[in-house]
Design a protein around this ligand. Structure first.
Ligand code: GDP
Length: 197
């Protein structure tokens, strides 16, 4: 898919106030600092459509962007930031749960994980929750440029083996780098294929 336009629409903390248009929607979510903003900017060819933040966990909002005037890209807040209080975590959980439960336009989520890290409990639990609630998702491994050519497949395979302890099949996944552009066409073509169905 060629991106001809990418525009910010609205930020809010209330799913009821998200755009009313029934366009297909894809949500990006992951732990703070996973590289979500960089990935969104890479996918949309924009330097700062999504704000890369020096202070992870700060922007606890649902951000809607409209792409090619035909689909919504949603930047959800990063989770699992250690310095956020327990009560803030609860609010976050409620609001993410509300988004995923109520947003009928949502076609699929993309759960971002840093390819360098061992599988993290919070990500595994979150994917489990998506599965239990029948919310389709793909995994996006980020920052692939940070691993050597040899180490990358080993890490990915390690992740797959862990997933297979919980899942009958490995969910769909992409390996990306916002620095090199790796995985960009794969993610965009995946979205385009679904939108054209
Ligand atoms: P977010 O908090 O998930 O939105 O993460 P950011 O996009 O702000 O990225 C967090 C940090 O990781 C920043 O310092 C980015 O420059 C860096 N980063 C993000 N993606 C990549 C990538 O693909 N490769 C490399 N080398 N660094 C990245």
């Amino acid at each position: 898919m060629k991106i001809s336009s990418a525009e910010f629409v609205i930020s809010n903390s209330d799913v009821a106030k998200c755009p009313k248009e029934k366009l297909p929607e894809y949500a990006f979510i992951g732990r703070s600092n996973v590289g979500k903003s960089s990935l969104i900017n890479m996918l949309t060819n924009r330097k700062s459509l999504a704000k890369t933040s020096g202070r992870p966990g700060k922007t606890q909002l649902i951000n809607h962007f409209i792409i090619n005037k035909t689909w919504f890209l949603v930047d959800l807040p990063g989770y699992g930031y250690a310095r956020v209080s327990k009560s803030a975590k609860k609010v976050f959980q409620k609001f993410i749960t509300a988004y995923f439960s109520k947003r009928t336009q949502l076609v699929s989520a993309f759960v971002l994980v840093d390819c360098r890290h061992e599988p993290q409990k919070i990500d595994l639990e979150f994917m489990q929750w998506l599965g239990e609630n029948q919310i389709p998702f793909s995994i996006i491994f980020t920052k692939a440029d940070k691993l050597s050519k040899n180490k990358l497949p080993v890490q990915i395979n390690n992740y797959i083996q862990t997933m297979l302890q919980y899942w009958e099949e490995m969910p769909n996944y992409f390996i990306t780098s916002s620095s090199s552009g790796m995985g960009k066409d794969e993610v965009l073509n995946y979205i385009e294929d679904i939108n054209n169905q």
